[in-house]
Design a protein around this ligand. Sequence first.
Ligand code: DGL
Length: 275
Amino acid sequence: MASHPIGVFDSGYGGLTILSEIRRALPQYDYIYLGDNARSPYGTRSFDVIKDFTRQAVEYLFAQGCPLVILACNTASAKALRVIQQTYLPYSSDPTRRVLGVIRPTVEVVGDMTRSRKIGVLATPGTVASQSYTLELGKLFPDLEVYEQACPMFVPLVEYGESQGAGADYFVDKYTRALLAQDAEIDTILLACTHYPLLRDKIEAALPRHIRLIAQGDLVASSLADYLIRHPEMETRLSRGEEVRFLTTECPDKFGDLASIFIDTQVAAQRVKID
Ligand code: DGL
């Protein structure tokens, strides 16, 4: 049988945290992970640029035989998913190809987790500027108040191996204070960026004990499992070899080294050109 893997795309390494959760829930399928490391981070880039880069990545993964692509990147999901789904991939014209993001599956679940009905979102400047979480949560849970806080230093801290250092303490304190200053009754905070689970312990320690911190990897994984049950026409197209290939637009050795920050398996990546 020809290989029809699930494509998992991220701007760089962070989507590896999402891939791990997806593979834990759905180990039977084949996967291709694509990191656009040569052009990351996306979090500080403009709308049009992210849209173009993400579209190139999706086209590349389709050309590799992936019928289903997951944008495992909040910034790409926030800024490019809708336009890709609506203009580039109109659902009616090509039912054999789908692109899903990480925002909707997260939003569907977190709205029920808050008692105070006040949710905080920590994310990249790009995701915050898009207001995607506020808009999507508002559609499903109109009574919620959503407060977003951009954390531009979190991604570099993680990628430079400083997530356990004193610099991380400083910025965790700064951003969590800024978020809670928006409303002290926030009782649920969403880590709306692929990298932030690596700062989870520090963020948790900086917050009052009653505040619940939510990472999205397992939410995305269980939503995908549910999607495949509801869409047998897609599920039966996927190949089941339990294989995973790692592709990067940067140097493969560098990818392998830094990937070890995000997952505990050795990664042998291959360099590809997607533009
Ligand atoms: N993967 C991105 C996200 O989840 C973070 C890294 C970046 O800014 O490219 O928003």
